[in-house]
Write a protein that binds this ligand. Structure first.
Ligand code: TPP
Length: 555
């Protein structure tokens, strides 16, 4: 049967199990939108800015484990996706962006709303495609889904010129296909696995350092089994929050610039570091020359390009985290590391950050109050800044895929659209967003997207009238010269009301408790709680950029 390119695309998406697209229409995707109109199986969430479509697809993917889909028109539509794609790329999140392009004959002629979308997005996608003929469409869409979700996951972009969308051909679904040269390695080299098992046997102070790869490969359960059997404590990156229950006796919290004191101490004193599905980001390592410099380092990662990129590795293992942890589990014996765990426990007692002494609302208390009220049974989403660090510290996650935060790119404005994606993907779960007054203003227009779709997001803005994290750096390194970090915003609770959401301002604990209860009982619209917090609180501990993890500023 003859079908138009736009219809073929929708058929292919249905075959891939797509039920939701986040997007924004325009002339170059109007045919796809028309095909979508006739496909009620796929829900389209109309955002108010294309960047939000990409972040929503990202939040959807992080919290469901499925591929997230976003769509935009050519030119300004596709360039607006760029930040969202870069964000997903840095955190290895599988999303597919579908963009319209001007007709093939107009490409390169500065046609209306033309941009070199594949050129622009080349460095921030795992792969991208410009479809030149309708005959290529089926295979490319199938390849896109495979590449996005296998190996090291990541964003893929498919740019579809207008004439490809309107051309007609007989549609044949490519049941079987192969991508020459694309063969991710899943099984680790057995010799290297045996060497690691031997190193574990010999180690007195071993430590696991895990990253987002553990979540991506669904390895959390086996990680826990392995850690318990070998009695090895676990520290993790922000991306791996929830990979191990955070209240587990072997969990040390996250590490790095704002990580926990005892996790950073453990890194600097361990004799064996087993890094799994992580990329030794500079926020984690601090000074790479001194990072874990008393340890033999094992690096397990599916992407061979990551091994040895930032830190010298003694035992590299390329492969899937789940497979390799399984193998390691089989090859290791039950062990005990009481002395090492006691040392870590001593560090844990040595330092706990002090809450602010005055009577104002403090961010940490707000987050702890929400954590208690939800009993931690929520998907937690954050924006970027101090509130992100406090949320990560004070709201514990006990399962994978309960946490969505911009790790690698650190994108302010990620939070609200990502929370929308998380709620759409998990309609029965409570979704809590912690944002800052700077971050929320970057994508505040998406409140109406949440209102239109009856999404009961619980949004807590930690409002300190500052771009807090930058102010903290100005305080610490620029002698309190607060250049352009004091921020005056509209009344956020009233603004929420204007969008059709519910807005509640809070100044003290009593008002906060009431607002939390109200937010949790609402089922059909977003609630924004504007928490006026103490203005100049800092996030501690704090490893200054480029310093060693044991050079933490404590207060
Ligand atoms: C898009 C973007 N622009 C600039 C920055 C730099 N930046 C990092 S944190 C921060 C301040 C965040 O302020 P706010 O959202 O109010 O959160 P707070 O730190 O006060 O909790 C800024 C400007 C960024 N991360 N992302």
């Amino acid at each position: 049967m003859k079908m138009k390119g736009a219809q073929i695309l929708i058929e292919l998406l249905k075959k891939e199990g797509v039920t939701t697209i986040f997007g924004y229409p325009g002339g170059s995707v109007i045919d796809i939108y028309d095909a979508l109109y006739q496909a009620p199986e796929i829900k389209h969430i109309l955002v108010r800015h294309e960047q939000a479509a990409a972040h929503a697809a990202d939040g959807y993917a992080r919290t469901t484990g499925k591929v997230g889909i976003c769509m935009a028109t050519s030119g300004p539509g596709s360039t607006n996706l760029v930040t969202g794609l870069a964000n997903a790329y840095m955190d290895s999140i599988p999303i597919i962006a579908i963009t319209g392009q001007v007709g093939t004959r107009l490409i390169g002629k500065d046609a209306f709303q033309e941009a070199d979308t594949t050129g622009i997005t080349m460095p921030i996608t795992k792969h991208n495609f410009l479809i030149k003929s309708i005959h290529e469409l089926p295979l490319i869409v199938r390849e896109a889904f495979l590449i996005a979700s296998t190996g090291r996951p990541g964003p893929i972009l498919i740019d579809i010129p207008k004439d490809v969308q309107t051309a007609e051909v007989d549609f044949n679904y490519p049941e079987k296909f192969e991508i020459p040269g694309y063969k991710p390695t899943y099984r680790g080299h057995i010799n290297q696995i045996n060497m690691t098992a031997q190193a574990i046997k010999e180690a007195k102070k071993p430590l696991l350092y895990v990253g987002g790869g553990v979540i991506a490969s669904g390895a959390s359960d086996i990680l826990l089994e392995f850690a318990e059997k070998t009695d090895i404590p676990v520290t993790y990156t922000l991306m791996a929050k929830g990979a191990i229950p955070e209240d587990h006796r072997l969990s040390l919290g996250w590490l790095g610039m704002h990580g926990s004191y005892h996790a950073n101490k453990a890194i600097m004193n361990c004799d064996l570091l087993i890094a799994v599905g992580t990329r030794f980001d500079d926020r984690v390592t601090g000074n790479t020359a001194t990072f874990a410099n008393r340890a033999k380092i094992v690096h397990i990662d599916i992407d061979p390009a990551e091994i040895g990129k930032n830190v010298k590795i003694q035992i590299p293992i390329v492969g899937d985290a789940r497979n390799i942890l399984n193998e390691l589990n089989k090859r290791t014996e039950t062990k005990k590391h009481d002395e090492w765990l006691q040392t870590i426990e001593k560090w844990k007692k040595e330092y706990t950050p002090k809450p602010s002494a005055n009577n104002e609302l403090v961010a940490q208390t707000i987050i702890e109050s929400v954590y208690r009220a939800t009993q931690g049974d929520a998907i937690l989403v954050t924006d970027v800044g101090q509130h992100q660090m406090w949320a990560a510290k004070h709201f514990l996650c006990h399962q994978p895929r309960k946490w969505a935060s911009s790790g690698g790119l650190g994108t302010m404005g990620f939070g609200l659209p990502a929370a929308i994606g998380a709620q759409v993907g998990n309609p029965d779960q409570t979704v809590v967003l912690f944002s800052g007054d700077g971050s929320i203003m970057m994508k505040i227009q998406e409140l109406v997207t949440a209102v239109n779709n009856c999404l009961p997001l619980k949004i807590f803005v930690l409002n300190n009238n500052y771009l807090g994290m930058v102010r903290q750096w100005q305080e610490c390194f620029f002698d309190c010269r607060y250049s352009s970090t004091h921020i005056i915003n509209p009344d956020l609770a009233n603004l929420a009301q204007a969008f059709g959401a519910e807005g509640i301002p809070v100044q003290n604990q009593e008002e906060l408790d009431k607002a939390i209860q109200r937010a949790l009982e609402v089922k059909d619209h977003p609630v924004l709680v504007d928490c006026r917090i103490s203005k100049e609180t800092n996030v501690y501990p704090f490893v200054p950029p480029g310093k060693s993890l044991d050079e933490m500023i404590l207060e």
